[in-house]
Design a protein around this ligand. Structure first.
Ligand code: NAP
Length: 436
């Protein structure tokens, strides 16, 4: 028998469990740990609430979770309730599937000002992550600035500008829904330190900005390279740039006949966030791009108005004491998923925060191959029986998958009209909702 502990119940964790089950069938026991009483990590608290079709992938994880030999072990904080070293003593393999939950700092003055948030916090707020539920961003000002040219920047800009009706069918949490309903934001600037050809935005997500009810995107035609240069781009990138061209092509007189504008400000590198207590603006330096796509400052600076700032410039994993970590890449130091004997990583904890949800599937299968090479038929450890004993001794309040199903039922019972669920945003409320 092989005993595997996976830390983190997001996509990387569940794909790894699926891979272990496919390889070993009845000859493996997998325990998937999560610090929250609810599973699915990024699917629940990262993927945008109005992207329900992407969230639908959790049905696939549910079929893995429902297998006899796969367990969800929720509400257990690794590093507090039990250490990684202790888990290594109990399981043949411990896999860190902890994602990259922390914001990368922009490293510029003013980041600590009021109403300046990283996207992990802001996205966590509108998605009901217990850690960020009380963020309370102030939406009373007119100007929001989102720093970064990736899909998260698009998510944030879109969520900031949607009408209440456009959230129908989404699972945006009530506190964010009501705050956004009263928002005064009229102008969202998306700051990119490089140009349209260097964006990290995918076509579908960029195309969505063209269909918003009360907001329209604005691109300065002068920022776009000659059209024939698009031919050198990858097809996906070319499609994204085509969206930017269509936004730039709207004649000035028809430009933004809607009350909210989402303006792309390219070649704009943030230098400082300005303000005394609250934020008032961002000092930006104009950049130029060399033949290899690298940006350098031109020395020309200007100020973009901002009452709210969200940095969407990437994430990093949380280091764990005793586990080798690559600070610059923000992930665990690993060789194709191997960290130390018996200790592995997968997903964003292995690669850093890039790729789609689906990218984690081959990752999971690949790490299980490595585990198979290393542990053979198992190393004779106690596995879940050992953990259960320890959990009892320490009086841990473990939440099972069956408990989660009760929480899920309670969340759907209290949903707003048109919404699939109203998430609990407080861990105690989640635990109460499982009954017993
Ligand atoms: P990302 O794709 O890596 O984009 C980060 C952006 O931040 C880049 O434009 C980068 O510019 C910019 N940036 C980094 N440091 C900066 C700085 N100091 N100042 C100014 N700009 C800076 O990261 P992400 O948007 O967080 O997304 C993470 C992953 O999740 C991606 O793989 C993304 O596709 C995925 N995701 C997918 C979806 C979806 O499919 N719907 C939704 C959300 C996220 P440079 O290029 O110049 O470095």
């Amino acid at each position: 028998m092989r005993h595997i502990a996976i830390i983190g119940s997001g996509p990387a964790g569940y794909y790894t469990a699926e891979a272990a089950q496919k390889l070993w069938g009845e000859d493996v026991r997998v325990d998937i740990f999560d610090m929250l009483p609810v599973p699915y990590g990024l699917i629940r608290t990262g993927v945008a609430p109005d992207h329900q079709s992407i969230k639908g992938v959790s049905k696939r994880y549910e079929s893995t979770a429902s297998l006899e030999n796969v367990r969800f072990v929720g509400n257990v904080m690794i590093g507090e309730d039990i250490s990684v070293a202790e888990l290594q003593g109990l399981y043949d393999a411990v896999v860190l599937a902890t994602g990259a939950p922390n914001d990368r700092p922009a490293g510029i003055p003013g980041e600590g000002l009021e109403n300046v948030f990283g996207s992990a916090a802001f996205v966590g707020w509108y998605n009901g992550h217990p850690q960020f539920a009380k963020l309370a961003p102030n939406l009373a000002g007119k100007h929001a600035v989102v720093i970064g040219n990736g899909n998260v920047a698009l998510d944030v800009a879109r969520i900031l500008t949607k009408t209440a009706a456009e959230f129908s069918g989404s699972d945006i949490v009530g506190h964010a829904f009501h705050a956004l309903e009263k928002s005064h934001i009229e102008h969202v600037t998306i700051l990119g330190r490089r140009g349209p050809h260097q964006i990290a935005m995918t076509p579908k997500e960029l195309g969505e900005l063209g269909h918003l009810v009360r907001a329209c995107p604005r691109v300065d035609p002068a920022d776009l390279p000659e059209e024939q240069e698009d031919l050198f781009l990858e097809p996906g990138q070319r499609k994204s740039v085509t969206h930017l061209r269509s936004y730039a092509a709207i004649p000035e007189e028809f430009r933004c006949d809607k009350p909210v504008e989402i303006e792309f400000d390219f070649f704009a590198s943030p230098k400082a966030i300005l303000g005394e207590n609250g934020v008032t603006g961002i000092e930006v330096e104009r950049t130029q791009i060399d033949a290899d796509g690298r940006a350098s400052g031109t020395g020309e600076t200007y100020v973009v108005k901002a009452d709210l700032v969200i940095t969407a410039i990437g994430y990093k994993s949380s280091p764990i004491p005793g586990v080798p970590f690559e600070e610059s890449a923000g992930r665990f130091a690993n060789d194709e998923g191997r960290i130390l004997p018996g200790l592995y990583c997968v997903g964003w904890a292995r690669r850093g925060p890039s790729g789609t949800i689906g990218t984690n599937r081959p990752d999971g299968f690949s790490v299980v191959e490595k585990i198979a090479e290393d542990i053979g038929g198992g190393t004779g450890k106690l596995g879940r029986a050992g953990f259960d004993k320890l959990a009892e001794d320490r009086k841990l309040e473990v939440v099972t998958f069956r408990d989660w199903k009760k929480i899920e039922e309670a969340e759907s019972a209290r949903a707003r009209d048109g919404s699939p669920r109203e998430k609990f945003v407080d861990v105690d409320d989640m635990i109460k909702a499982r009954g017993n």
